[in-house]
Design a protein around this ligand. Structure first.
Ligand code: TRP
Ligand code: ZN
Length: 847
């Protein structure tokens, strides 16, 4: 039974639970459709608490028996849980429930994935396992007994004892229920060990299904690298005798940081050169680090309530970005993060789903695992670090761990640590957590009598949750470049705190060219008519040099789209020089070749007061790429040859950079030779990066059929590789064919739509194909809506996340808007639509 009008939960209504949980004992008798869970929980009334109602969450549970201090009781049951009269003194609650893992397609709680039992409890899945105060501020130690199949039986903490078909685990670190995990099945362990800086010997294991043993080595190395890094950079050692990771085929997100037992989407941990691209390797390394780093930022210090989600996610994303920057190239990582931020967070912040980094209300918390909470949350921490400086940041983090270890905290606690460590007043900075919307910063400049003046004006567009935004503290990294290209002033951090503010730079011989927002020092839209061609040639800040190329390309594309102008030679010549400059990192040069996303261009066109035409954008992008390819066509074959890796494959930054640049060149060559070089690369490829990139080029050149069949025959038994096969065909389709291609793939025998990876590979690729999704005939909209309606009763969480494809709908013309509106209505009026999807569609429609 579902609620007709879902309830809204408010941050301001927070009240502590009226009881402490002293300890938890769980016994699982595993059976696919009838698992029994017995919980023995010791509660202690909190006499200071205003509300001592004994309410335990519980969903989809069959209560077999309930006892308090050994006496049977009859609790009052609702759809959401139970209440019961309890003694006004410490007592033991015992309940036995029955659950149905085999029937659990939502992948939340205890479920079966290809015959393997596994759990996902964040955010509110533990209540589908047993009755419990399922809120992050209730922390306790857990002892778990698993009676199950032969094979591997895992839970959190340290192993206590095990026998044939049973195992016992004890987690000594008090934790909220969302960090509970259990895994049981036929698994193979890839083992290693690690000794912490405190001398603790830790047994590490990565558990996979038989057949995947060969894909474990890289993930294990990434784990050890993460452990070393967190000790070295944050002084944080690991705190249990074992650390286990399990790869699961059916998973709603990337991975989950359960204490001592991280559970991963197989796509986020399994890697081999033959089956994984360089991009996959880098993502896997980052996700393993992310989940490992949660052990301190999330687990040891957790969130008081789900409104504080960014406390752990923003900080942990920031930490994993630092890790990747250290392991690989810092500028390349920064540029990639900003590309991602603009592609995913900006549209969210500028549309109907805009919400503050710390929201003040929600209906379904699963809908708030967003780019804003994660990525903007990390940007806010980066700004804080920029403002206080590296040493003060380190001091504040030490104080955070010292003061709050073992607690469930708030953003106020986090900011107070920085105030206490630095003496700085952060009340205005706090607005970054409270206000939605992407701030715009406009710049004007003046030069007189050797003094250069920059005037900044900030404004944040109002949104549903932030109708009246106030000025923010915006750190703006600025450098000045002299007209001869030399440095007139090295990077300085300007602190913009007013709506409008002026900064002066005296004693300059000539009017400088400013390099503003170096390193993307704040997540804002910068309105500034800079001399991008000059900055592309001379900026010493690698981020801003890349940004200059991007801005030149954007302006060129906008002019083509809006005025029919030919591609800008300044971009073509500037990029050609960058490509020839062997002193530059190939990975960086590959990024320089990239163009703004087509959806990003649509947003830009709307900002400029026009209605974006997805087909015109698609044509303009291809025209610009063709112009570059034509201009340097003679040089391309030699350049391509110079960036072929001859050493045995390694997924390191140096080789990946070579391949990234080589493959960027290949796509320009394909525009000249119709795919001959791509076919040669395809035939010779001994790793997935080269194979997939060649395949993409062949499809684009209209001669992909043979390679696609070959690829399918070669990889039909590898689920993760076949996800690429599904996705690539949609991604590389011509706009008019994208929906048809996706539709045909959904009829393919291997299209197991209940598997989130396969669903996202196919329909997610359609949603990401700007011109294809927005095809004039509405076929993209209709196909996605059909499949969201199909998936919703099976997996609401994944359905709801994918509704965000429609969040930009107000940008487009009246006909497209009315087609989308019709689809949104069709989804909304589906009987028994989930709370997750209902909330998303309602928010998207209302703005
Ligand atoms: N906490 C996880 C992370 O950031 C995210 C996550 C994994 C998640 N699975 C989930 C969140 C399911 C909500 C629901 O690493
Ligand atoms: Zn996380």
């Amino acid at each position: 039974m579902r609620d007709a009008s879902p309830q809204t939960i408010y941050l301001k209504d927070y009240a502590p639970f009226g009881f402490a949980v002293q300890d938890v004992h769980l016994t699982f008798d595993l059976a696919p459709s009838a698992t029994r869970v017995t919980a023995r929980i010791r509660f202690v009334p909190d006499r200071a608490a205003a509300d001592r109602t004994f309410f335990l969450h519980g969903e989809n549970l069959s209560l077999i028996s309930a006892k308090i201090d050994g006496e049977s009781v009859k609790p009052t049951l609702t759809d959401e849980g139970l209440t019961c009269d309890v003694p006004d003194m410490p007592f033991t609650w015992e309940a036995e429930v029955q659950i149905d893992p085999a029937g659990n397609t939502a992948l939340e709680g205890l479920y079966l994935s290809n015959g393997m039992y596994c759990t996902q409890c964040e955010a509110e899945g533990f209540r589908k396992i047993t009755y419990y105060p399922d809120r992050p501020d209730v922390m306790s130690t857990f002892t778990v007994r698993i009676n199950g199949p032969h094979g591997t039986l895992l839970s959190n903490g340290n192993p206590v004892a095990a026998g044939d078909g049973w195992a016992e685990w004890h987690d000594p670190w008090p934790k909220p229920a969302y960090l509970f995990a259990l895994v049981a099945g036929e698994l193979i362990a890839h083992r290693d060990t690690f000794t912490t800086m405190e001398g603790r010997k830790v047994d590490l294991a990565l558990y996979v299904r038989p057949g995947d043993e060969g894909k474990c080595a890289f993930g294990m190395q990434a784990l050890k690298d993460s452990m070393v890094w967190d000790e070295k950079v944050y002084g944080r050692p690991y705190d249990l005798d074992v650390f286990n990771i399990v790869a699961v085929d059916d998973f709603n997100m990337g991975a989950m940081e359960n204490k001592g037992l991280n559970i991963f989407n197989a796509s986020a941990v399994l890697a081999s050169p033959e089956t994984s691209t360089d991009g996959n390797f880098e993502r896997i390394e980052a996700i393993i680090a992310h989940e490992y780093f949660h052990n301190w930022t999330g687990n040891r210090i957790t969130c008081r309530d789900w409104f504080q989600l960014c406390l752990k996610e923003g900080l942990t994303v920031f930490r994993d970005s630092q890790f990747t920057a250290d392991m690989r190239s810092a500028p390349v990582k920064r540029i990639s993060d900003v590309i991602d931020l603009r592609a995913r967070q900006f549209p969210e912040d500028q549309g109907p789903l805009a919400h503050p980094v710390r929201p003040e209300s929600f209906q379904e918390i699963n809908n708030f695992y967003t780019a804003t909470i994660y990525e903007k949350g990390a940007e806010v921490i980066a700004m804080l670090k920029t403002l206080v400086g590296d040493d003060a940041y380190a001091k504040a983090l030490d104080l955070y761990f010292e003061r709050h270890d073992g607690q469930a905290c708030t953003i106020e606690d986090w900011l107070k640590v920085f105030e206490d460590a630095t003496g700085r007043d952060l009340s205005q900075f706090q607005r970054w957590y409270a206000q939605a919307g992407t701030p715009h910063v406009a710049v004007s400049e003046a030069f007189a009598d050797g003094t250069y003046t920059l005037e900044f004006t900030q404004s944040t567009p109002p949104s549903a949750t932030t109708p009246d935004p106030a000025p923010l503290v915006i750190p703006i990294a600025v450098g000045l470049i002299a007209p001869d290209g030399s440095e007139a002033m090295p990077t300085q951090i300007l602190e913009l705190t007013q709506a409008s503010q002026t900064f002066t730079f005296p004693s300059l011989n000539a009017k400088p060219v400013p390099s503003i927002l170096r390193g993307f020092s704040a997540p804002v839209v910068l309105d500034h008519d800079a001399d991008h061609a000059f900055l592309l040639a001379h900026d010493t800040d690698p981020f801003n040099r890349w940004e200059a190329a991007r801005s030149l390309a954007r302006t060129s594309l906008m002019n083509t789209i809006l005025k029919g102008t030919a591609p800008d030679p300044a971009w073509i010549n500037g990029i050609a020089s960058v490509m020839r400059d062997d002193t530059l990192d190939p990975a960086y040069r590959a990024l320089m070749l990239g163009l703004p996303g087509q959806s990003e261009l649509a947003a830009e066109i709307q900002r400029a007061g026009h209605i974006p035409d997805p087909d015109a954008i698609w044509v303009a992008v291809n025209t610009l790429k063709q112009a570059l390819s034509d201009k340097i066509s003679d040089e391309l074959p030699a350049m391509y040859a110079a960036y072929q890796v001859t050493a045995p494959y390694a997924p390191d930054a140096a080789q990946s950079g070579m391949r990234a640049f080589g493959n960027a060149i290949l796509s320009l060559i394909t525009r000249q030779d119709g795919g001959d070089q791509a076919q040669a690369q395809y035939d010779a490829a001994d790793n997935m990066t080269q194979q997939l990139s060649a395949l993409a080029n062949l499809i684009r050149a209209g001669r992909g059929d043979a390679a696609l069949s070959q690829f399918e025959a070669q990889w039909k038994d590898d689920r993760l590789v076949m996800d690429k096969w599904y996705g690539l065909q949609v991604m590389e389709a011509k706009p008019d064919d994208a929906a048809d291609t996706a539709k045909a793939l959904t009829k393919h025998a291997g299209f197991n739509w209940k598997n989130p990876n396969r669903f996202r590979a196919t329909l997610g690729a359609l949603a990401a194909h700007h011109a294809g999704f927005h095809a004039k005939d509405g076929s993209g909209y209709a196909l996605l809506a059909d499949w969201l309606i199909t998936l919703d009763p099976v997996n609401p969480q994944t359905t709801a996340r994918m509704c965000s494809a429609f969040q930009t709908w107000r940008r487009y013309d009246a006909i497209r808007q009315s087609m989308i509106s019709k689809e949104l209505d069709r989804i909304a009026s589906t009987p028994d639509l989930s709370r997750d999807t209902t909330e998303m569609i309602t928010r998207i429609r209302e703005a």
